[in-house]
Design a protein. Structure first.
Length: 340
């Protein structure tokens, strides 16, 4: 179904409880409503980015105190992936603060994808723009997801980023999609955008040739030194409303509560799950911003009677130990209660 602005406005204007009810019905038609997919995000190359995204601590243009680092060694990345798997994540996302990767980086990136996949985790990368041959190389090593946010509506985009166009982003998404890589793409609330911009963002995402399999909805994490450090906070109900509308517009996508979750109390997160969110970033660090403590997350999941999506079946004997972990992450296993 192709969405129009008028249809989305109807959703935005619904009383919140009606909207939540509708979103929950859609959610239950397509997903186990108690299952949450857990992703861990690691910054494999931090800081020094030439782009000028006004919200970002990693842009070299702003004085945020963040030190630029080199690409992490493959073994360090794999160590983090093992830890993420042991903590219950099913997907491992690797982010680099680049405009685009250099050819010299490709062999290392390929090795990272191969190594993380060998652990039985889904792989995701966010590396900026990609050439055709880079897309092909990542597809050939089996990268599962490419993450590339649209951030906001096409109309508001130019107020936030000037060094890369909206069309650049759409082109990158089309390229990875055409190569058979799944797409993770969403946006950020709290950039000073209007409700119409929020609608515009969701329209873009839902009307792509195929909606992204993962849709992260970020709430701005204000970083001192960036142009958006004094932005108005996002109202909790506005955020929940966007989650619910995203769920209805993209019924088979994983809708993720992404950056900013640290500022959300348990009740707000529970309402997001009611609204159809079924994925979270899990782990203490979200690129360069903090994320809620893992134990806190598992306590919330237990309190709400939710369960985490299991990691894929292991590929080697060495994985037997990890399958125990997989068991302890499941609510209906009594071992789960012992580790909390
Ligand atoms: S959001 Fe990404 S592309 Fe933009 S400045 Fe930050 S690291 Fe660079």
């Amino acid at each position: 179904m192709s969405w129009t602005i008028d249809k989305v406005k109807v959703l935005f204007n619904k009383p919140l409880l009606d909207l939540l009810y509708d979103a929950q019905k859609v959610h239950r038609q397509h997903f186990d409503p108690l299952e949450i997919q857990m992703s861990t995000l690691l910054s494999v190359k931090t800081g020094g980015c030439p782009e000028d995204c006004k919200y970002c601590s990693q842009s070299a243009r702003y004085k945020t105190g963040l030190r630029a680092e080199k690409l992490l060694q493959v073994e360090k990345v794999l160590q983090s992936a093992r830890t993420a798997k042991e903590a219950g994540s099913s997907r491992f996302c690797m982010g680099a603060a680049w405009s685009n990767p250099h050819e010299r980086d490709m062999p290392y990136l390929e090795e990272m994808v191969r190594g993380v996949k060998a652990l039985g985790l889904e792989t995701c990368m966010t590396l900026g723009k990609l050439t055709d041959s880079q897309v092909e190389r990542l597809a050939n090593v089996g990268l599962d997801y490419y993450s590339h946010n649209l951030d906001t509506s096409p109309e508001y985009y130019g107020s936030i980023i000037t060094t890369r166009t909206y069309q650049d982003r759409l082109t990158t998404i089309d390229k990875v999609r055409a190569a058979g890589i799944k797409v993770c793409s969403g946006g950020i609330l709290g950039l000073g955008e209007s409700n119409l911009d929020r609608i515009g963002l969701l329209l873009q995402l839902a009307n792509l040739s195929k909606a992204p399999e993962s849709v992260p909805i970020n709430m701005l994490v204000k970083v001192a030194g960036t142009p958006l450090e004094d932005s108005e906070p996002v109202d909790a109900f506005d955020y929940i409303r966007v989650i619910a509308v995203a769920r209805i517009m993209m019924p088979t996508s994983y809708v993720r509560i992404a950056a900013g979750r640290e500022k959300m109390n348990e009740q707000m997160q529970a309402m997001c799950f009611m609204a159809g969110a079924n994925s979270i970033f899990y782990g203490c660090k979200l690129l360069t911003a903090t994320n809620p403590d893992e134990d806190q997350d598992m306590k919330l999941i237990r309190k709400l009677g939710l369960k985490t999506q299991k990691v894929r079946q292991s590929l080697t004997d060495e994985e037997e130990g990890a399958s125990l972990l997989k068991d302890v992450m499941t609510m209906d296993d009594e071992k789960y209660y012992q580790v909390i």
